[in-house]
Design a protein around this ligand. Structure first.
Ligand code: FAD
Length: 444
């Protein structure tokens, strides 16, 4: 394979970092250009995200990972304290990501990308630092998160949303976080053992009627004072910084990949922070991107297939998170007619999050999958609930399984069919048949 193409990744957050590590493993020379986050932010991550970061190859980024701390959720008048999350300092995580990249042999340039210019054979990347020579990229990975330029691409946007965050300083305390809904939005609060608190309020841009910058602190403070779960975070604490606004509108890029570029992470699809899953979804697209890029560069004849594979996954993931968010907003019923809640419980559509699998919907079709770090067509099984298809289950190809079962005679048990047709061991056949019944692929 010819792997000499120079790939430049714009942005060094979780998505840009994971894509760069994946490309490096495939043998490509990769360069990441990243400037550090211009504001302090704390985010909550689950163990699933930690595992995702570790599997992507990050170690220094996870070096100072705190233990999980309690998370209180007050929603629709009920309070739940069963969950935990790890509170991470995003600047530290991002710094660790760049160290991991350097350790893996990725060239890291700490600086700001000013613009990219399309050329006959790739792109010219111009840095803000005018003394720096423009760089050449054969292939561009756009990973500048929500700051990535729209580039004139079609984008689907949910209700325009803004999150206002402010750092407060209080007395040392046990690390903890809390989320609570209020009439015009929802709040997320986090406290660190050193007494630092992060208070974040999320509003609807069109209807929140927010005051100008000078009045924002008082406005947010007045709301926080009304929230019971905010009180431990405000007690003996004072504002230690000005308010920083982060746009948090859900945005899906309807064209996330071209012949010589791809968008990953928030640049491809940014979800509502209510899900607390932004880093997870950023990693999901970034983990698929290297195989897509590899196909575009090594097998341009399969470009359409690779693009179809990637866009379908980005779309699918976005709508899944959007529907999870919609159903969660709908579960808050106290401010039913308030525009914040009306728009969010009705977007993006009325499709159910999941459908019960209908055994009659099972079909064997050919679809693009990742195989040997390339996108290739394989026979997969699609169901009404899994439109992107399932190729393998624990190493077992599912298309031959479904074909064998669909062609079996009426008096043959599924277990015997799999043993006879696919030479499957009895214990394996019985375990698989159990899975097929549990997941609605076989009727009782
Ligand atoms: P980013 O992490 O945004 O990385 C992009 C990188 O590109 C940054 O380092 C940036 O500095 C750099 N960059 C930008 N422009 C340039 C430029 N011109 N030149 C060079 N570099 C540039 N997710 C969670 O999992 N848990 C949470 O609790 C959570 N809370 C959130 C709260 C809010 C209010 C918001 C808006 C988001 C939240 N998220 C949360 C989502 C999470 O922040 C993102 O989904 C995730 O960071 C996306 O990763 P990324 O790599 O795509 O982009």
């Amino acid at each position: 394979m010819n792997q000499t193409a120079q790939i430049v990744v714009l942005g060094g957050g979780p998505a840009g970092g994971a894509t760069a590590l994946g490309l490096k493993k495939l043998g490509y020379p990769v360069m990441v250009i990243a400037e550090s986050r211009p504001f302090e932010a704390v985010e909550g991550i689950s163990d699933r995200v930690v595992e995702g970061l570790r599997n992507a190859g990050f170690t220094q980024a996870l070096a100072n990972l705190p233990e999980p701390s309690p998370r209180l959720a007050s929603w629709n008048g009920a309070t739940n304290s069963a969950n935990t999350e790890r509170l991470i300092n995003r600047s530290q995580l991002d710094k660790g990501i760049l160290l991991d990249l350097e350790a893996a042999g990725v060239t890291v340039i700490r600086g700001r990308v000013a613009k990219t210019v399309a050329q006959d054979h790739g792109y010219q990347v111009v840095l803000k630092d005018e003394s720096a020579e423009p760089l050449h990229a054969d292939f561009l990975v756009e990973a500048r998160g929500r700051s990535a330029p729209g580039a004139g691409l079609e984008r689907l946007r949910g209700s325009e949303t803004v999150s206002l965050l402010q750092r407060w300083q209080g007395e040392p305390c046990k690390p903890q976080s809390a989320a609570q809904s209020f009439a015009d939005g929802w709040a997320w609060m986090a406290a660190w053992s050193d007494g630092t608190r992060y208070l974040q309020l999320t509003f609807d841009v069109a209807t929140a009627d927010l005051p100008d910058k000078a009045g924002l602190i008082d406005h947010c403070n007045a709301i926080l004072q009304t929230l019971p779960s905010a009180q431990p975070f405000l007690e003996n604490a004072i504002p230690a910084d000005s308010i920083h606004a982060r746009t948090s509108t859900p945005i899906l890029c309807r064209e996330a990949v071209g012949d010589k570029w791809i968008r990953v992470g928030d640049a491809a699809m940014a979800v509502d922070p209510l899900s607390g899953n932004g880093i997870f979804q950023a990693l999901s697209s970034a983990l698929q991107a290297p195989a897509v890029i590899n196909t575009l560069l090594q097998q341009p004849e399969n470009a359409a297939l690779a693009k179809q594979f990637y866009q379908q996954r980005v779309d699918h993931l976005f709508f899944r998170f959007a529907r999870i968010g919609r159903d969660f907003y709908a579960s808050e019923q106290r401010w039913w007619d308030n525009p914040f809640w009306v728009t969010r419980r009705n977007w993006p559509d009325n499709e159910p999050l999941h459908q019960d699998t209908d055994p009659d919907s099972l079909q064997v079709v050919t679809m693009p999958v990742v195989s040997n770090s390339l996108i290739e067509v394989k026979e997969v099984v699609v169901t009404n609930d899994q439109p992107l298809g399932i190729w393998h289950l624990n190493g077992i190809e599912m298309a031959p399984v479904v074909q064998a079962l669909q062609n079996r005679s009426e008096n043959q048990s599924p277990e015997h069919c799999l043993q006879a047709q696919l030479s499957m061991r009895p214990d394996m056949a019985s375990g698989l048949v159990g899975w097929l019944y549990r997941n609605g692929w076989l009727k009782r």
